[in-house]
Design a protein around this ligand. Sequence first.
Ligand SMILES: [Zn+2]
Length: 466
Amino acid sequence: MADLFSDSALLQDIDRYIREQGDAVVRDIARLVAIPSVEGTPEDGAPYGRAPRQALACGLDIAAELGLRTVVCEDRLGYAEIGEDRGEGYLATITHLDVVPAGDGWPADPFTLREQDGYLLGRGVMDDKGPSVLCLYALKYLQDSGRKLRYPLRALLGSNEETGMGDVDYYIENYPAPLFLISPDADFPLINGEKGIYQALLIARHQPDRVLSISGGVAPNAVPAKATARVRADSLAGSEKVRAVCVEPGIWELTAEGISGHASTPEGTVNAIGLIVDYLLENEIPGPAEFPYFRFLQKLHAATNGSGLGLESSDGRFTPLTAVGGQISTENGVVTQTIDCRYGTTMSGEKIIALLREQAGDAADVQQTADSVPFYISPDHPAIQACIECYNFVTGENQAPYTIGGGTYARHFPKACAFGPEHKDRPMPSFCGSIHGVNEAASRADFMEALKIYILALFRLEELEY
Ligand SMILES: [Zn+2]
C-alpha cells in the first residue's frame, strides 16, 4: 500500500463513504442505545444478564447487515470479522455494549437517542455504543474497498466492561490474542500506558475507646466528599473544616466535607476522611490504644503522592504514584480504611504492601484486595506511531501518546492501546454531559472524524510486521 496520506482518490472515497453512511451510523447507535444493557442476573445463555446479551445480539445483527462475518463467544462477547486467515495472526478493535445505569436527572428517556445541535445524547452514546458502531463501519469500509488485507481484522464487542471485564478475561483465556489491538473506549489522541492499580484494606487492631465510629466515602477508587465520626469528649469546638455537634452528653458527632474526584487523578481534591483524622489528632481525641492507627491514617491522607507512607515514586513514563484512602467504615467496633494506589514501572504490589506493613506496625492488618501491574507500550512502537500519525493527519494536530492512571480494556492484551474517541479538549454545550453522567453526549461531527481516523489507522496497521 503506497503512502495512504497522499492517496487522494482513497481519501476522497473515505470522505464520500462517511458522508453517505452518516445517518445509518446514527440509526445503528440509536438501536443499541435503546437497550438498557446494565449488568443483570446471570441466566442461561446470558452470563451478564439479559440486557447486555440483547445488546450483543443487536451489535452482531448490525455487523451482519453490513456484510461482516459474526461470531459469538459463549454469550460473553462477540466479534465481526473480515479478511482471510493466513496463519499470521489477526488485528482487532475492542469496544463494549454494556452500560452503567442511567441515574437520575435526565430531561428525557436516557435510552432514546436524541440529537440536538449536532450532538447525540443518550446512555452509552460515547461509552461505548457509538464507538462500537464506528468500528463496525470501519470494517465494512475496509472489506468493501477490495484491498487485500494481510491480517484478518476483528471488531470485538464486549458486554461486561463496566462491571469487572469478565468478558475479556474469558476471551484471552480461550482465544488467541490479536497481534495488535486498538480500544476506542477512552480519549484521543492515544493512551500508550496505564498505571498499575493496587488496592488494600487497612484494618485497625484496636478496640474503640474514644473514637466510637468513623465512616465516609462511596468507593475505594474515589476521593470522598463526606466523612463523619462519633467521638467521646467533654467539649469540642468545631474547626474551619470540621463541624462538631454534641448529640448527647459526652458524645460528639464530627462531619467534614471535602472535594471528591477519581482516585487516579486526585489533584485538586480534598479528602474528607483526612480532614476528620487531622481533627481527631489535633484535638487529642484518640485514646492511647487508638492513637497509632489514626496516626497511620494521617500519614496516608497527608498527601496523594503517598509520601506520608514512603510510597512516593515516579519512573518518567507515568505521572508519579498516587495513593488515596477512599472509604472508611466501622463495623462491630473494627475500623477499616481502604487504600488505592496507582503506580508506575519502578513500583510493585510487593513493594507497596511491604511499605504499608512497615508503616502500620502493630496498629493495623494490611490485606491486599487487588493488584494489576502497569501496562506500557513504547510510544515509538510502529503500531503506536501508525495510529498517532493517522490522528494527527486527520485532525491537523500535532499530538503525542500519553499515559493514564486508570484501567481500560487495553491492559488485558499483550500489545494494545486505547485510542479515542473522546475529546476532553473540545468543550461541549451545557446540555451535554460526560460518560457515566446525565445527558451523556457525543459530537456527531467528531464521530465522523473518528471514523476516518479508525479507517486509516486500520489500513496502516495492516501494513506492519508484527
Ligand atoms: Zn467504556
